[in-house]
Design a protein around this ligand. Sequence first.
Ligand SMILES: *[C@@H]1O[C@H](CO)[C@@H](O)[C@H](O)[C@H]1NC(C)=O
Ligand SMILES: *[C@@H]1O[C@H](CO)[C@@H](O)[C@H](O)[C@H]1NC(C)=O
Ligand SMILES: *[C@@H]1O[C@H](CO)[C@@H](O)[C@H](O)[C@H]1NC(C)=O
Length: 290
Amino acid sequence: MKMLDLRYSTAFICAVFFIIGAVSGEDKAVGSSVSFRPDKIDSSVSSIIWKHRNRTGVVVKAIEWDKDEPEVNIPHPRFKGITSIDDKTGQITITKLTVEHSGLYTIDINSKEQEQKFTLTVIERVPKPKITKEETNNADVVYLKCDYIGTIIWKNSTGQTVEDKKNEITVKNSKNPENFYTCTLNNTVSEETSDRVYERELFVTGSNAGLIVGILFALLLVALIIFIVLYLFVTPVHEWVNSTCPCMANLFGPLDCLKKTEVAGKNSSGSGVDAPLNQTSSTSPSDQNQ
Ligand SMILES: *[C@@H]1O[C@H](CO)[C@@H](O)[C@H](O)[C@H]1NC(C)=O
Ligand SMILES: *[C@@H]1O[C@H](CO)[C@@H](O)[C@H](O)[C@H]1NC(C)=O
Ligand SMILES: *[C@@H]1O[C@H](CO)[C@@H](O)[C@H](O)[C@H]1NC(C)=O
């Protein structure tokens, strides 16, 4: 509300002076600097006074230069330590601006007020916005909110603006976890964009289930490969498996490097469990000797 009043009053001041064609206006962020200088200044200048009129109409001297004084005078604490003047050009510079520096600036040269005036509006930068998620009854739909009073621009991963309600958009699960959304705030002095919110963060259950299945599958695959390698190349494992579950011999027969000939023999004979088992253990040394 305070900001709004300020804007209207400076807008009003602006409008009034624009009609007579002598005011230029600037919007500046809190903490930044501003400079104003008269278009023309003659060489016989002996004194310059910059005055500031704030929105309640109080006029104070901002800075005062006199040819006969060794130092510039800055009477008001609002301008102390942050204000300087160039006596050649008449330019005033104010740094570390606060909202209190907003208002109308006028310049007296040789004790004569000049027609040219300057308005300054100092406003806060917009904060970096944060997106919050709100669940709906539908697991595949969420609302995204960006809490701010003012312009909010929503964009998705394609960089296109997403139009919806003012501070809220509705997002449907597109099943692409890499899609993301941002909200951007701006005013005349600044612009800030939120962190990206990815779809994978919005529809957690769906993507998590997929992830778990994927991990389980990968683990199973690794276990299977380890098992096959052990079976094929480590004799005790090979023998233990064959004794526990004889059908393995048939299953891995064609792949078996360790007992190639033997397993082949086993398969062709198709005999009972005991016979091949004994054969395996008794013939293995000779097999290796070959
Ligand atoms: C205007 O300046 C006066 C005197 O310094 C101060 O009391 C008042 O609060 C100022 N108004 C604004 C809107 O800054
Ligand atoms: C991004 O937004 C535009 C405009 O709303 C829409 O047409 C497009 O399909 C969206 N793209 C994605 C990937 O969400
Ligand atoms: C703020 O964003 C709107 C929408 O994109 C744009 O039209 C406007 O020019 C921006 N304002 C400033 C001061 O950048």
